[in-house]
Design a protein around this ligand. Structure first.
Ligand code: ADP
Ligand code: ADP
Length: 232
């Protein structure tokens, strides 16, 4: 699903050069649920943004679902992102002056679907996360956990192959965090590959696989009993 080889990312400003990714090798198979941990500043968000085609990289190769993305134009990259990838962020990133229905509609509007197909998908996605009766509510009228579920609905409505989550439970209390994690497990069980950055060791332990990023390089963590059966 995701194949990165020797990926590097250098941020250059007039004064400094930051090597955010030094030589990152990571292969994520279809259907995996991977938790990514690591110290602050080690390159986790940079990795996720590159994986999600939000950012370009400096060197190495990245194949998403078999397609080499290095040579793509900005436009082709956006299209591929829209078709294949869903995102969830720590800060939910819902648009405050749109109700939940319209928030979930935002990424679908770029997909060339009819209004009726979009409407069906929006209702289905919001129902799936238990917010079917809140479609007309605005983000500020919901709890943090509900807002994150709405963000999950927005990510899922486009039927992404790959779901990328950057600290999805970072702003939630532990009960809401567990509910969101359960939802992600369900989504993974239905076939969506998930890569999640988290600081929470309890959540990381629940993923099938743990990858540690330190100093811009990734390694698998093989210690520790997993609560779930390993992939394959
Ligand atoms: P993490 O998510 O693990 O905290 P990041 O990927 O956010 O780490 O950052 C990795 C390194 O790259 C850090 O040193 C950070 O300061 C730097 N960095 C991240 N984004 C930028 C940017 N847009 N411009 C310059 N440096 C950046
Ligand atoms: P943090 O993890 O620091 O709380 P976020 O999770 O909100 O930050 O966002 C992670 C990264 O994704 C940031 O670099 C941000 O610029 C980028 N980002 C956030 N929302 C979007 C979006 N809707 N489209 C594109 N990029 C986004």
């Amino acid at each position: 699903m995701l194949d990165m080889r020797q990926v590097t990312k250098v941020y250059r400003t007039e004064l400094v050069e930051t090597h955010a990714l030094r030589s990152l090798d990571l292969h994520v198979r279809e259907g995996e649920f991977v938790a990514v941990t690591g110290p602050s500043g080690s390159g986790k968000t940079t990795f996720l943004n590159i994986a999600g085609l939000l950012e370009t990289f400096t060197g190495g190769t990245y194949k998403l679902d078999g397609e080499d993305v290095s040579g793509l134009s900005d436009d082709a990259r956006s299209k591929l992102r829209n078709r294949k990838i869903g995102f969830i962020f720590q800060s939910f990133n819902l648009i405050p002056d749109l109700n939940l229905f319209d928030n979930v509609d935002v990424p679908l509007r770029y997909r060339g679907m009819s209004a009726s197909e979009r409407g069906d998908r929006i209702k289905e996605a919001l129902s799936r996360v238990g917010l079917g009766s809140r479609m007309k509510h605005f983000p500020a009228e919901l709890s943090g956990g509900q807002q994150q579920r709405a963000a999950i609905a927005r990510a899922l409505a486009g039927s992404p192959r790959l779901l990328l989550a950057d600290e999805p439970t970072g702003n939630l209390d532990s009960q809401m965090a567990r509910a969101v994690m359960e939802m992600l497990e369900e989504i993974n069980a239905s076939g969506t590959t998930i890569v999640m950055v988290t600081h929470d060791p309890e959540l990381a332990a629940r993923a099938q696989r743990n990858v540690h990023i330190v100093d811009g390089m990734a390694t698998d963590v093989v210690s520790g009993p997993s609560l779930r059966a390993p992939a394959e």
